[in-house]
Design a protein around this ligand. Structure first.
Ligand code: PMP
Length: 441
């Protein structure tokens, strides 16, 4: 059977053949990607502010990553780590043990997805502590498997209708931990301490908690950086009660926040750090790196899997680490973030429907709100991004009404300006539309 590659035909085939439950930010089919640019099947060019949802910090098809994938795939594509070991797995573990912000000796293990990294961090923490409870945050996102869906602190669309959920998962409120950057330390510390006391008094005793899992910057939850005083208090609290502190750096990692790991920006050493997304530049690869004595608590056979640490994915990740270092992408993230911050502040000053510019490094966001009430406007955010797409920018929301930036860090200044100009023009179009609707009403 021959198929047409016309967009309308592809869309019709997608609707007939693929389950409805996977979402799309736009009805778009990719034809080619290079750096921070993506072309669709109609030949339209986009500046890509999504990067495959934070996966492409080194860009689409970085030549060094493609070369590493090609070279490894010509030797062997898979053996299963459990059947025959291979050097790229060991080399990547050595690199991450060295680079991860872990205090003392570190070890690593590899999986396929961010969700699997979270699942396995919980298993490691339980094995190491002999405890069962897991603490996570409202508005946190950790994946779509049973345990990670339970840990994820947002009901729709992630957990509604999918219960019963995994037991022994407890939750902290996102406020005051993710308080605005300017909030005074003492106030944040006092409120966070009260929230922790409340958790320990009414929900779960600290002696039963295996681990506390936190994203240094809430990703899906709206690009809110944790307040430095809150992060310090979490570290102290975990130390006091021997709770394993797990940093989920799946979205914040690999240069996005202006350092290889966002934890470094805070000067906090977690016990376990979780990686996925930009680690493999598009190949499915995730990692748990942590304090050696915790990592070794699991007996042989207790963790792993058929594909975890696939050799082609490990080869890609080694090339990613080289590229980040050689092209100085952490510093580049900071420069990109500075430019986006300035532009977002201007946009928010210009338009009452844009508010709350925020972020860390190149992980930045602003909110689309009702201009009169300042209430979140998710419909407006989606419309704004539709207008942006017409103008050649591919971008996405977080937590409904936040516009987030996950552009490849190899983006050129000129491409970055093009993307930001498209966003500004889209905001203008949305404002004009709202004014017309207002006039008609
Ligand atoms: N943790 C965080 C912080 C994430 O942002 C995501 C994905 N958006 C995940 C975990 C889950 O990763 P995956 O989709 O690879 O399972």
């Amino acid at each position: 059977m021959s198929h047409s590659n016309r967009h309308s035909d592809l869309l019709a085939r997608r609707e007939r053949a693929v389950a409805r439950g996977t979402f799309h930010i736009a009805p778009l089919f990719a034809a080619r990607g290079e750096g921070a640019l993506l072309w669709d099947t109609d030949g339209k060019e986009y500046v890509d502010f999504c990067g495959g949802i934070g996966v492409l910090n080194v860009g689409h098809c970085h030549p060094r990553v493609v070369a590493a994938i090609r070279a490894q795939s010509e030797r062997f594509v898979h053996t299963c780590w459990n059947v025959a070991m291979y050097e790229p797995y060991v080399a990547l573990a050595e690199r991450l043990d060295e680079l991860a912000p872990i205090a003392g000796e570190a070890k690593s293990v590899f999986f396929n997805s961010g969700a699997e990294a979270n699942e396995n961090a919980v298993k490691i923490a339980r094995a190491a502590t002999g405890r069962q409870a897991v603490v996570a945050f409202e508005r946190g996102f950790h994946g779509r498997t049973l345990l990670t869906m339970t840990m994820t602190g947002k009901v729709r669309p992630y957990s509604a209708g999918f219960g019963p959920f995994a037991p022994e998962v407890y939750r902290l409120p996102f406020q005051p931990f993710f308080a605005a950057a300017g909030a005074p330390d003492e106030e944040v510390e006092r409120e966070c301490a009260a929230a922790l006391e409340h958790l320990f008094a009414y929900h779960v005793e600290p002696e039963s908690i295996a681990c506390l899992v936190v994203e240094p910057v809430l990703g899906e939850g709206g690009f809110l950086p944790i307040h430095p005083a809150a992060f310090r208090l979490l570290r102290e609290t975990c130390d006091r009660h021997r709770i394993v502190l797990v940093a989920d750096e799946v979205q914040t990692g690999f240069g996005r926040c202006g350092a290889l790991f966002a934890c470094e920006r805070y000067g906090i050493a977690p016990d376990l750090v979780l990686m996925a997304k930009s680690l493999g530049a598009g190949l499915p690869l995730s990692a748990v790196t942590g304090r050696a004595e915790l990592m070794d608590a699991v007996a042989p056979g207790g963790i792993g899997g058929t594909y975890g640490g696939n050799p082609v994915a490990c080869a890609a990740a080694l090339a990613v680490l080289d590229v980040i270092e050689d092209e100085d992408l952490c510093a580049r993230a900071e420069a990109i973030g500075e430019r986006v911050r300035a532009r977002f502040e201007e946009l928010c000053a210009e338009r009452a429907m844009l508010a709350n510019p925020r972020g860390l490094g190149a992980m930045r966001a602003l909110d689309v709100v009702d201009p009169l009430t300042q209430a979140p406007d998710a419909v407006g955010a989606t419309r704004l991004l539709g207008y942006a797409q017409e103008r050649g920018l591919l971008a996405m929301t977080a937590n409904g009404n936040a516009i987030r930036t996950l552009m490849p860090l190899v983006i050129t200044d000129q491409q970055l300006e093009r993307g930001l100009d498209a966003l500004a023009a889209a905001a203008g179009a949305l404002a004009a539309e709202s004014a017309t609707v207002g006039a008609e009403a």
